[in-house]
Design a protein around this ligand. Sequence first.
Ligand code: G4P
Length: 541
Amino acid sequence: MQVIILYLRIHFFMEFLKEIQRRRTFGIISHPDAGKTTLTEKLLLFGGAIQEAGAVKSNKIKKGATSDFMEIERQRGISVATSVLAFEYNGIKINILDTPGHKDFAEDTFRTLTAVDSVIVVIDVAKGVEEQTEKLVEVCRMRNIPIIVFINKMDREGKDAFELLDEIEQKLGLKVTPLSFPIGMGYDFKGIYNIWEKNLNLFSGDSRKNIEETIEISDLNSSELNTLIGDEASETLREEIELVEGIYPSFDRQDYLDGNLQPVFFGSALNSFGVRELLDCFVEIAPTPRAKQSEERLVQPDEDKFTGFVFKIHANMDPNHRNRLAFVKIVSGEFKRNAPYLHVRHNKKVKFSSPNAFFAEKKEIVDISFPGDIVGLQDTGTFKIGDTLTEGEVLNYKGVPSFSPEHFRYINNADPMKSKQLNKGIDQLMDEGVAQLFTLELNGRKVIGTVGALQYEVIQYRLEHEYGAKCTYENLNVFKACWVEPENPKSEEFTSFKRVKQRYLAKDKSNKLVFLADSSFSLQMTQQKYPSITFHFTSEY
Ligand code: G4P
């Protein structure tokens, strides 16, 4: 009997390991318009998850929309559906986590990056490295997230491939190695030589073709190449590949996984060209769910007890049903429907009778999910971003930091009869991560800090429509919010700092002390005057 039990245990564990090994959870990041939505859609097409192009709704805020703000509401509706797009490809379960492209929602993207195991960066061949890409890649580099670069829109005239690779190294601080290389571009775009698989893909310009014909070319010096693409293009390609091999390091998977080397692919998402190469290589090299650091210890995905953390909260669009969906990334163990889990921050056991799993653009109730997966949990206001769930262990996952906002305004109650509703609304919107709240030490006034000015409109609208509360804003001159860490909280220096700077001090939502510097000069002076105090630009230090 014991032997059978042991055998079954081993069997289940092996099955569990297989499930982990076949998962790839990643995000696609880019500057708006580089082609993130188009690429996502093509990946789903390859996976058979959707049948036609145009099925994935773009969640971006269209330029020239009548009101940016109505666009946001429209987008909020779509973005629940596209938050996690999952599909199967060659036996691999792929989870794509959606990241908003609009810069006012950059913080959402930063948070989603805490839940991915790798990323694909899309770059427009004509525009090269753009601002938003720089910021996002910097966050990925800080966290050593493995990165693959996809240079898109090769069917258009753009920058020279070598020039672009240089720009990527310079501006993004990456060390690249091309795994495919374009043959011409724009009008002269003939196709792609796949360095990884050593074959050739000729461009037909037919966007309806799902998979292009692939021609094996094991030796670039063969005359077959001349027959296929002509003498001139063959010569250029041979020279370029020689140069690639001379300049760039050869691909090393461990270097890629450690975040020290970034493979590059070229293609045209719109024409489904170069996408299969990207996907085939991705499923082979991209990391399976990775271990995650908690404040207490490093947690491995194959541990048998479930742990996970909330990285995103989505409010219901319907004001009559004010429940929300909390997105939990499973770090270890199996997440089971109706099992009791510990909500660590509340020290309370909770059960979930209808956890959602995501497939393409649908969500369904699931009984069991594995590390790497995302489950959507119905929430009535008990979660906030960064919360950890476990089977009983007291663990707090690190890595969902707040960054200093860019804009700051006082928020005032415009309807004294509704102050309870206003406070509740502000509280819940902050838990969702829409903006950050600071309460001034001096007089208890509330300050809302945001990454983009658009959020103020969103907050005002949602407070009114979802909570029945009215607010007004008042300008406040703040340059940066800095989280304050004294070397010794009891020191005279710190006491004096708190007294002299009282007007500029506030508490964030988790009661951490924050210094609201009104200019870069005053911040510098303060840093000089109080050398034993460290001023951090993110809440996690
Ligand atoms: P985003 O999510 O990164 O913001 O970009 P999205 O995929 O929406 O693409 C932005 C624009 O670039 C779209 O055109 C899209 O059709 C186009 N595009 C994407 N990939 C390629 C490509 O490989 N080649 C070319 N030539 N164009 C590409 P749009 O006119 O702004 O939108 P739409 O009306 O076509 O949807």
